[in-house]
Ligand binder design. Structure first.
Ligand code: FAD
Length: 375
């Protein structure tokens, strides 16, 4: 009952916001819809940092309650990009590996929607092969001097901090060793952020140039050299949530509002809905494993691989169905179709490409089979 009440409260809030013109439902709103003001409205209702301890500004709600809020925000295509990365992965990472001072500094501000974090993983020569990052941090008195280049960093030009994966030891035979994570102040001297324009005409991500940026020791997250293990746990958060199958959901909602949908269209939409429901069950399972402190890489990769291909199919299917409607599609549907068409190619790239995810899945299944054979 509590979950249903929560869902209804989020829906009522979103309906009211749409009516008041605070946002218009959009495809891919968790990446494209950047509104610090909207993030703060959610924070005021206790919908950021939902599962975190109260002493860090959180609300001690369950992982499922957070899931309910996330689903409603995505279904409505609400502008949630400003806080998305910090709320989804940086906060849990700090809770798990951060120092007490980092928890006290970052978490209440993230939960209040006043501090935004960008994810500094990819580099010009390091995307899929993340362990090959070259941005290096060299020891200086009291901290580190960071030099290198990050790219495709979502909202770096609108964020306060960059959580960067850097090399703290020269690369040796084990590429996964010698990596660390540290918070870089995006206002610090030596940081240059250059927005990158995409084919839809907007600039949601950026290139971040770091030239001898000073990072104090207290901004290193977890143990120096343990960056790879930590990033793997962060990626499980990044790959497994409803946003990996709901980016184009507002399109589906608007499609269902069109008069005169034929039997064939209804069947196609029904098939998609059934597949979404199965993915939801898998995603929920991953949230349980994460809440239990596990790093379910294999399951998270499955959600992202199957989910992102489905959200692309939703765009294609919607286009075909819209073309066969007896009347003209609504203006909103036409706009959402355009947004979907432009955003869809990125769904299967960001957060790990299809090929990389399948390689994780294959290796994970292989080790399950091997364990079974041993037993
Ligand atoms: C919208 C968007 C937002 C993003 N936001 C962020 C962000 O906030 N922070 C961040 O750090 N990064 C971000 N990224 C970057 C994203 O994580 C990378 O684009 C992605 O990991 C792929 O890396 P790459 O672009 O370097 O491609 P590459 O690694 O060069 O891959 C190119 C192609 O080769 C294939 N390939 C590569 N290696 C293998 C292999 N071993 N086996 C088989 N095939 C292979 C890939 O699957 C791909 O098809 C974002 C990307 C997009 C599109």
């Amino acid at each position: 009952l509590r979950d249903r009440e929560l869902r209804e409260a989020v829906r009522a809030f979103l309906d009211e916001e749409i009516r008041a013109g605070s946002f218009r439902p959009a495809v891919d709103s968790w990446v494209q819809g950047h509104s610090p003001e909207f993030s703060r409205k959610l924070a005021a209702r206790g919908w950021l940092g939902m599962t975190w301890p109260r002493r860090y500004g959180g609300h001690e709600r369950s992982a499922y309650e957070r899931f309910v809020v996330i689903e409603e925000l995505l279904a409505a295509g609400a502008p949630v990009a400003a806080h998305w990365i910090a709320d989804r992965q940086t906060g849990p990472l700090i809770l798990r590996f951060g120092t007490e001072r980092q928890r006290e500094f970052f978490l209440p501000r993230i939960a209040a929607g006043t501090l935004f974090v960008a994810a500094g993983l990819s580099e010009p020569e390091s995307g899929s092969d993340l362990a090959s990052v070259r941005t290096r941090a060299e020891r200086v008195r009291g901290g580190w001097s960071v030099t290198g280049r990050k790219i495709w960093t979502s909202h770096a030009h609108r964020s306060d901090w960059l959580l960067a994966l850097v090399r703290t030891e020269p690369r040796d035979a084990d590429a996964h060793a010698g990596l660390s994570q540290m918070f870089v102040d995006l206002a610090a001297s030596g940081v240059q952020v250059r927005p990158i324009r995409t084919m839809d005409g907007t600039a949601h991500f950026a290139e971040v140039l770091l030239d001898g940026v000073q990072v104090p020791d207290e901004m290193v997250v977890g143990a120096v050299g343990a960056g790879w293990r930590q990033v793997r746990s962060e990626l499980a958060y990044e790959r497994s949530g409803p946003e990996r199958y709901m980016s184009s959901f507002p399109l589906l909602v608007e499609l269902l509002r069109q008069p005169g949908l034929g039997e064939g269209a209804v069947t196609e939409i029904g098939v998609v809905a059934a597949r979404l429901w199965a993915l939801r069950a898998l995603s929920l399972r991953v949230q349980d494993l994460l809440a239990a402190g596990r790093s379910p890489d294999l399951e998270a990769a499955l959600v992202k691989d199957i989910g992102t291909r489905l959200e692309q199919e939703i765009v294609e299917m919607s286009r075909t169905v819209a073309a066969d409607l007896p009347g003209a599609p609504s203006a909103r549907l036409r706009r959402l179709l355009d947004e979907g068409q432009l955003a869809a190619p990125t769904f299967t790239l960001r957060g790990g490409t299809v090929e990389i995810l399948r390689s994780i899945i294959a290796k994970g299944l292989d080790s399950i089979v091997a364990r079974g054979a041993e037993a």
